[in-house]
Ligand binder design. Structure first.
Ligand SMILES: *Cc1c(COP(=O)(O)O)cnc(C)c1O
Length: 435
């Protein structure tokens, strides 16, 4: 009898996976809190919330109950010409807690589609205003906004986008304004922002995830947004990763004084239960699509737009996220991260430790250059797995992005693994120096 992993290997094609060399996948049959339980009952601590989506732990009973009730009431209805209670309720609740200028909610399926919708809103906003020449986006050189073509176009170019380069539209890249480089990056923005073709600026607020959990200040982002707004450039906050408490407050945009014109959400939106994305915008943007002329309509939609089950999951998750309990857990995790950061910073083998809210990233110092494809990345991944901990290093950066229910004891286990990784890096560097 072939195992589940072997059956998988015969028929499946996994994301971001070189199928020829990847080890067999770990077969998970159950989830409980921060733990994933394998077919053979081995328990794995989910240190990255299953690719940043899970907020409250796996198979959460409150979300399960609400999803089940919704499934027994209404599983789906088309969302053009029809509506349903969960979609309306979720939009009402979100608009209450989002920055005050956000006025409309547009549903889609995932983070990439939330970004596609945002880009199309900006493009057609200017098209509808009779300014089709305004079509260029400004973005951070190392950003990641998704895997569809528009989202790839506004993302940093690299190995992942190389085969598609010829099909991606041109954008203006500016560097990430990391501490010490703020003035330089503001000058880079100034060099392009006043151009008559510039339409929008898209950014991951305060924390670039895929780039390696790179952080930058709210002050410099406020200044970038302010300068964009001065020139009528629309600003898109991609909160697909940072939304719903990840960085401490409900949204990273809460650290800002300026308000984005458009916001994108997915990942934590349903607490990691269902695939759903959404894009919100200001009344000004929405009103630019209102007309007797049908051609000014936003012609975009997905079959599963505002799926009731996903909306129910999002409502249940939002209720948990806004509870005093969850807020206390996020503070507890942030405090623990800060203490561990202090302990690790400046030690041999550590290049930098970054921390924002429930996210902690350790950049190891591997000596000579390394990349996503290096053996170090695989060695770090295997080390974590051998301790039954799920972490996915981004090259020499290993980050924690745990579910909010992760206990102090579970955090200790994660920190222990990060410390062992430092020892591994030191051993590897020593052996390569002697070779
Ligand atoms: C993951 C991510 C996306 C893409 O979301 P998908 O649901 O994977 O398509 C977009 N933007 C940011 C900031 C992300 O972290």
């Amino acid at each position: 009898m072939p195992t589940l992993a072997e059956r998988d290997h015969a028929v499946l094609w996994h994301p971001y996976t070189q199928m020829q060399t990847a080890p067999l996948p770990v077969p998970i049959v159950r989830g409980e809190g921060s733990w994933l339980i394998a077919e053979d009952e081995t328990r794995y601590l989910d240190g990255i919330s299953s690719w940043w989506v899970n907020l409250h732990g796996h198979a959460h009973p409150h979300i399960a109950t609400r999803v089940s009730a919704q499934l027994h009431t209404l599983e789906h209805v088309l969302f053009a010409g029809f509506t349903h209670p969960s979609a309306v309720e979720l939009a009402e609740q979100l608009l209450q807690i989002l920055p005050a200028n956000q006025a409309r909610v547009f549903y889609s399926d995932n983070g990439s589609t939330a970004v596609e919708v945002a880009l199309k809103m900006v493009m057609q906003y200017f098209h509808n205003q009779g300014q089709p020449e305004r079509r260029t986006f400004i973005c951070f050189r190392d950003s990641y906004h998704g895997d569809t073509f528009g989202a790839m176009s506004v993302s940093g170019r690299g190995a992942f986008t190389a085969p598609f380069g010829a099909y991606l539209f041109d954008v203006e890249f500016i560097d990430v304004p990391v501490p010490g480089r703020e003035t330089e990056v503001l000058a880079q923005l100034d060099a392009v922002v006043a151009r008559p073709d510039v339409a929008g600026f898209i950014f991951e607020p305060l924390l670039l995830g895929t780039a390696g959990m790179i952080t930058y200040s709210a002050e410099v982002l406020d200044e970038l947004v302010r300068r964009c707004h001065r020139h009528g450039v629309l600003c898109i906050a991609d909160e697909v990763m940072t939304g719903f408490g990840r960085t401490g407050p409900l949204f990273a945009s809460e650290y800002l004084t300026e308000q984005p014109d458009i916001m994108c959400f997915s990942k934590g939106l349903t607490g990691g239960t269902m695939a759903m994305g959404l894009t919100t915008c200001t009344a000004t943007i929405y009103e630019a699509f209102l007309s007797e002329d049908r051609l000014r309509t936003l012609f975009h939609g997905h079959s599963y737009t505002a799926n009731p089950v996903a909306c129910a999951a999002a409502l249940a998750s939002l209720e948990l996220t806004r509870s005093a309990d969850c807020t206390a857990h996020r503070t507890r995790i942030a405090t623990a991260h800060a203490a561990f950061q202090q302990q690790l910073e400046g030690q041999p083998g550590i290049r930098a430790v970054r921390h924002l809210g429930t996210v902690l990233a350790v950049e190891y110092d591997p000596g000579e250059g390394t990349s996503y494809f290096s053996n170090l990345r695989d060695a770090l991944y295997q080390l974590a797995l051998s301790h039954h901990v799920v972490l996915r290093p981004l090259g020499n950066v290993v980050y924690l992005l745990p579910p909010y229910c992760t206990t102090n004891e579970e955090l200790e286990l994660l920190y222990r693994v990060l410390s062992q990784m430092r020892e591994l890096v030191l051993t590897l560097t020593a052996s390569s120096t002697h070779a």
